[in-house]
Design a protein. Structure first.
Length: 94
């Protein structure tokens, strides 16, 4: 199964799918701390600012979805359904 083009919030936080809420929060805080530290060390250009804002948005979205068990389960089930549906379409097109 391919998941190209589909957001994997677990990968954004560097976790596997069995991660608990505590691990989600811990990895979120660590990655955000690392990102803020990086921002403080470099000169901010327009391009870097855009990249940092996008990275922060991804981290925030990952935390928002994965911190709640019901939201996490719904996200993962929907993601798997979409990937399976795309595969079925590709096989039907062949």
């Amino acid at each position: 199964m391919t998941d190209e083009g589909y957001v994997n919030y677990f990968a954004i936080l560097g976790l596997d799918e069995s991660a608990k809420s505590g691990e989600v929060r811990k990895n979120y805080r660590q990655r955000m701390r690392d990102l803020v530290g990086e921002i403080a060390r470099v000169e901010i250009t327009t391009e870097r600012r855009a990249r940092y804002l996008l990275e922060m948005a991804k981290l925030n979205a990952a935390l928002y979805i994965l911190r709640d068990n019901d939201d996490r389960d719904a996200y993962w089930a929907t993601r798997q359904e979409l990937i399976a549906l795309e595969e079925a379409w590709c096989q039907a097109a062949d």
